[in-house]
Design a protein around this ligand. Structure first.
Ligand code: MRU
Length: 336
C-alpha cells in the first residue's frame, strides 16, 4: 500500500517524551512543543495545539503513558484527559484501550504506539476504499482538516483525496476555510500544497455558489463521532454542506476509522456537542472583529443525519447505504 509521505510529524514520541506540532500557529510558524504530563497534554488538546479526532485519541494515549512513566495516579490521568474535549469519541476509545492495557508503564507506551501505528494503517486502507468510489476527473470539496495533522498520518477524508490523486482520479480540491479556527485555510491548503495536489481555498459562504456551478462531484469530510444509525458529528458547517450537496445532486462521503463510531448511542441527538468560547468568533488572531461586548455562540460541531450521507468509508470497507444494519455489518467485518 503506498502513501504520499508528509514531511512533518504532528505527533511524535522520542525518549519517553511527547512532541506535538503546534497547529495553532501553522502554516507560518513550525513550532514543536514537548510534553511530559497528562495534564499538559490535556491542555494541548483543549487549546487546539493538537486537534482532529484520531490525533486527539493518539495524543491522549501518549499523555496517559507519560503519567504511567512518572508513577502518577492513572485514574487522575484518565480524568484530566477525558475532560479535555467532549465530542471526538476517539479520545474516550483510546483512554479505555489504555486502561485495558494494565498499569505497567512500558506496556502502556507500547499500547500508545500501537494506537498510533494502527491509525495510520486504517487511514491507508480507507484511502484505497474511498478512492475506489471516485470516477476519473473528480473534483472534491472538503471541510476542516482531516489530513496527516488530524490523524496518525495520511488522513481520513484528506487521505482519500491523497489516494485518489495518486490514482489519477482527483483533478482538483476545493477547501472550505472553516471558520472560526480556519483549519481549511491554515492546515488543509498547506497539506495539499506540500503534496502538489491542486487546491483552491474558498470562503465557507461560497460553497452554495460553487456547488450550483456543477463542477463538484463529491463532498468528502471526516467525523468526530458516528452514532449507531449513521448520524455524523463533524466540524461545524458540515451539516449545511451536506444539505447543499443533496440539493445540488453532489454525493457525500464520510471517512472515519472504526474508532470514531459510538454504537452505545442510537442517533446523533445524543452526541455531546462542544461549545467553545465566543471569543473565537468575535476575534481573529486576538484582534477584535465584532463590537466590544458582542455576544457570540460557538458550537464546534454539528450533526449530519445519515439520510444525507451516500457512503461512510472505514478501514473495513464502504458502508452504503448508511443505516444501522450496514454499519454493524461493516464494523464486525474486522478481517477486512
Ligand atoms: O475542532 P477540530 O479541529 O478538532 O475538528 C476536527 C474535525 O471536525 C475533523 O473533521 C474530524 O476530527 C475528523 S479528522 C480526521
Amino acid at each position: 500500500m503506498s502513501v504520499i509521505t508528509s514531511n512533518f510529524q504532528a505527533i511524535a514520541w522520542h525518549n519517553n517524551t511527547l512532541s506535538l506540532l503546534d497547529q495553532r500557529v501553522l502554516p507560518h510558524q513550525h513550532q514543536v512543543l514537548t510534553y511530559s504530563t497528562a495534564a499538559d497534554v490535556a491542555d494541548a488538546i483543549r487549546s487546539m495545539v493538537v486537534r482532529g479526532a484520531p490525533a486527539i485519541g493518539i495524543a491522549a494515549a501518549y499523555g496517559y503513558a507519560l503519567d504511567a512513566l512518572a508513577g502518577r495516579d492513572l485514574a487522575d490521568a484518565y480524568r484530566v484527559l477525558a475532560e479535555s474535549r467532549p465530542t471526538a469519541v476517539n479520545l474516550f476509545w483510546a483512554l479505555d484501550r489504555m486502561t485495558q492495557a494494565g498499569t505497567d508503564a512500558h506496556q502502556l507506551v507500547a499500547c500508545a504506539k500501537a494506537i498510533h501505528a494502527e491509525d495510520i494503517e486504517a487511514n491507508l486502507r480507507m484511502g484505497q476504499f474511498g478512492a475506489s468510489l471516485l470516477a476519473d476527473n473528480s473534483q472534491i470539496y472538503t471541510h476542516c482538516n482531516t489530513g496527516a495533522l488530524a490523524t496518525g498520518g495520511h488522513g481520513t477524508a484528506l487521505g482519500i483525496i491523497r489516494s485518489g490523486y495518486q490514482d489519477g482520479k482527483v483533478t482538483h480540491v476545493y477547501a472550505g476555510e472553516t471558520r472560526p479556527w480556519l483549519q481549511g485555510a491554515r492546515l488543509t491548503s498547506w497539506e495539499l500544497m506540500q503534496d502538489n495536489i491542486p487546491v483552491s481555498l474558498v470562503c465557507d459562504g461560497a460553497a452554495a455558489q460553487l456547488f450550483r456551478q456543477g463542477n463538484i462531484h463529491w463532498l468528502i469530510v471526516g467525523a468526530d463521532r458516528i452514532a449507531a444509525n449513521g448520524d455524523v458529528a463533524n466540524k461545524i458547517g458540515t451539516y449545511s454542506l451536506a444539505v447543499l450537496a443533496k440539493y445540488h445532486g453532489i454525493k457525500v462521503m464520510v471517512a472515519a476509522p472504526s474508532t470514531t463510531f459510538d454504537l452505545t448511542i442510537r442517533d446523533g441527538q445524543q452526541i455531546p456537542i462542544e461549545q467553545r468560547d465566543g471569543q473565537e468568533v468575535t476575534q481573529l488572531n486576538g484582534q477584535a472583529i465584532a463590537p466590544e461586548g458582542c455576544h457570540a455562540i460557538n458550537p464546534a460541531f454539528d450533526v449530519t443525519p445519515a439520510s444525507l450521507i451516500d457512503a461512510i468509508v472505514t478501514e473495513h470497507g464502504i458502508i452504503s447505504p448508511v443505516n444501522e444494519t450496514t454499519i454493524a455489518h461493516n464494523l464486525l467485518n474486522t478481517s477486512a
